[in-house]
Design a protein. Structure first.
Lengths: 142, 142
DNA sequence: GCGTTTAGTGGGGAATTGTGGGAAAAGTTT
DNA sequence: AAACTTTTCCCACAATTCCCCACTAAACGC
């Protein structure tokens, strides 16, 4: 389970540390620290899956009936997906195309989301949160 | 049950003592001193749940129909949620992102609210109370 | 009132986490 | 094939967090 929010900095080489809490979740939950990072059409951010979760997602997609939307989804999500193993310090290199897509510059936010986690540019995250706040205020739980 | 108001100070390392009354409530009520601290959209403060209550809340949210408001709510509440166990002195470290959100600086107010409790910056709390007072004056009970 | 207990606070030191940079390895270009 | 860029791997330092001990002040009991 990935939970909590963490903020780290990308260095000049384009590397960011995966928060230790998430690395632990990877290892204890899956015994395998490989992860897949890709785009998501729903938000201007990246998403990261443990290997096993990624395969499940892939299997679900493979089982679907073809459609223009599915093809589009695949191009966004599948084609940019790549496998990463953090270096000994727990960092991964975010490739330029994914950096551009998510407009990640220096400040990087990691947000746990259960089976996966999101990777945001800090500024985009702050903006998103602000507008979410306005929306969520109108949402009464009971 | 969490009730009453308590004021403690955050130290330079970002730690605050959970009021003893609340720690007791955690242990005797739930036999488990883990707690989940997160944001709330309704007030500029944090909220803390005993583990069991948090799971209930999570389950309720998971069962709801998707909507933009729900997604916003989830990002505010769920994504920042993290589990904490007080240290031997009964303190927890409030992470920077949550400190920023609630503008907690040094003085910290704890306010019991039944199944959970709120964590306020002292000054925000005082202001809130003042405006609540003005509002409540216009409210005749009978 | 006086000793005893409990709550809150401060701080030291070890361990963990995050960051910067150097050098080897791999991949490109001319 | 040489020059160059990019990626990978490793070492080292700095900052943060965690865990423990100790002190002070308030609350409690007799």
């Amino acid at each position: 389970m990935f939970q909590g929010e963490f903020s780290n900095n990308m260095d000049d080489k384009g590397r960011v540390s995966i928060p230790a809490a998430f690395r632990d979740a990877l290892r204890t939950g899956h015994g395998d620290d490989r992860l897949v990072i890709t785009r998501t059409p729903y938000n201007p951010c990246l998403v990261a899956y443990p290997m096993r979760e990624w395969k499940k997602l892939q299997a679900r997609i493979a089982a679907m009936r073809p459609s223009p939307e599915l093809r589009a989804y695949k191009r966004i999500v599948i084609s940019s997906a790549q496998e990463y193993t953090p270096d000994r310090q727990g960092r991964v290199l975010i490739p330029q195309t994914l950096r551009d897509y998510s407009s990640i510059q220096k400040g990087v936010m990691f947000a746990g989301a259960g089976e996966f986690f999101e990777i945001w540019d800090k500024e985009s995250w702050d903006k998103q949160l602000e507008s979410d706040l306005a929306l969520a205020r109108n949402f009464e739980l009971d």
